[in-house]
Design a protein around this ligand. Structure first.
Ligand SMILES: [Zn+2]
Length: 253
């Protein structure tokens, strides 16, 4: 299995990162993408990826858009050629917390979409409570051949159809899928189908049931995989093979 979205470079893992990554490998997690949230955090993600032979994404999260450098592209571009970097992100819009002004979130997102087009790298998206504006920006900035994933997908079947049908995006499925109240999400994911899905943890956040509330880590992706196989009425090894294949298609360099 591949954990397509984690933050193992986060300081939540400073005390025991070696053990966390060893546990992930022992649990069958063959690859991990550790995702940056601003320029400095992306550098940490890349250094961690290089040390542990992981992959990294470099980008600016909508929460951090207000602190983003004036020229986003010039700040990120030098990072994108470094060994281990497989994607731009995470980037997007977050109107739930709205830690950054909406207009600035949109500018920083557009800059990263243009950089993705220039570099042919896939994009890791974070979208919360901003579906309409997010899709409107994609309609202007997305071009044939671009690749991406909507991480921590928690939307409706209709939203999934737009992401997949209109833009060819993958949907990142994490611990929320296992939460008791997430039946609408399980229905949307079933409607979307296995060919559109990749697994993720978003650790240290959002640990799946039965570990909900604990610090999440990549080895816990197994619990999400078990639930996803159940939702799709599919054997676990088949689900793992399909989602791995999707992840490789998404992040191929
Ligand atoms: Zn994340």
């Amino acid at each position: 299995m591949i954990d397509t979205h984690c933050h193992v470079h986060d300081r939540a893992f400073d005390a025991d990162r070696d053990e966390v990554i060893a546990r992930a490998r022992a649990a069958g997690v063959s690859a991990m993408v550790t995702v940056g949230e601003d320029v400095e955090d992306s550098i940490r993600a890349i250094e961690t990826a290089q040390r542990y032979e992981l992959a990294a994404a470099a980008g600016i999260h909508p929460h951090q858009a207000r602190n983003a450098p004036g020229d986003v592209a010039s700040s990120l571009r030098p990072l994108l050629n470094l060994p281990g970097v497989v994607a731009i992100g995470e980037t997007g819009l977050d109107y739930y917390y709205e830690h950054s002004p909406r207009e600035r979130q949109a500018q920083v997102l557009r800059a990263q979409l243009r950089l993705a087009r220039e570099t042919a790298l896939p994009v890791v998206f974070h979208q919360r409570d901003a579906f309409e504006d997010f899709v409107a920006i994609l309609r202007e900035e997305w071009h044939a051949g671009m690749r991406g994933v909507v991480h921590c997908f928690t939307g409706t079947a209709d939203q999934a159809r737009v992401y997949v049908g209109e833009f060819g995006l993958f949907l990142g499925i994490g611990g929320v899928l296992t939460f008791p109240k997430a039946q609408p999400l399980r229905d949307a994911v079933r409607a979307a189908g296995a060919a559109t899905l990749v697994l993720e943890t978003d650790c240290p956040y959002l640990a799946p049931v039965p570990l909900r509330g604990k610090r999440n880590e990549p080895s816990f992706v197994t619990h999400t995989a078990i639930k996803l196989a159940e939702v799709l009425a599919m054997p676990r090894d088949e689900l793992a093979a399909i989602t791995d294949e999707n992840a490789l298609t998404l992040f191929r360099t």
